[in-house]
Design a protein around this ligand. Structure first.
Ligand code: ADP
Length: 163
């Protein structure tokens, strides 16, 4: 049986921190589905389609990585794809409480068929978050250590920043 996992998130936009988790999970599992959550309650800088396209471009050389989007409950989406493992990244203790609650909820709701595995961030990306990248970019700051160049360009374009 081949091993499969799903890495869900907002990815608004994807950063090197997300890419690090994607690369490492893709080495552990036979097939990784990165899935952009279409969350109608959150206002995002990038549309779901733009976020999917960024992830597809960044992972185009990773043959066992697929990029999709979903809405609704993660457990329903995972079940429809017969996936039983969720990947999440942990940056700091502050992520832990939130992630613990979601992981336990998903396990319970799924009838204990969906488990979450956490990868701890590589230290060089521990400080990175999509929101801080957006904030820096909106003031014209340098984000080249945070996201690939083609993503930086799209973020600056959104804020009409020229660098
Ligand atoms: P969400 O809104 O679902 O938390 P994010 O796109 O912010 O979505 O994050 C998706 C996942 O990636 C989460 O598990 C988050 O902890 C993880 N993540 C975010 N930034 C980093 C980073 N710099 N290093 C490792 N993991 C990260």
């Amino acid at each position: 049986m081949s091993s499969k996992a799903i890495y869900p998130g907002s990815f608004d936009p994807m950063t090197y921190g997300h890419m690090d988790i994607i690369r490492r999970s893709a080495e552990i599992f036979d097939e990784l589905t990165v899935s952009v959550l279409n969350n109608v309650n959150k206002t995002a800088l990038f549309s779901v389609e733009e976020r999917v396209n960024i992830l597809k471009e960044a992972t185009k050389d990773m043959k066992n990585v697929k990029v999709e989007s979903f809405q609704g409950l993660l457990i329903d989406y995972a079940r429809s794809k017969d996936i039983h493992v969720v990947i999440r990244g942990l940056r700091a203790i502050t992520d832990f409480e939130y992630e613990l609650q979601i992981a336990q909820t998903n396990r319970k709701l799924s009838g204990e068929t969906l488990d979450t595995m956490f990868l701890t961030t590589s230290l060089e990306y521990a400080y990175l978050s999509s929101s801080s990248v957006k904030e820096i970019a909106s003031f014209g700051g340098n984000i080249e250590a945070c996201v690939p160049d083609f993503v930086a360009k799209q973020i600056y374009d959104k804020y009409k920043v020229t660098r």
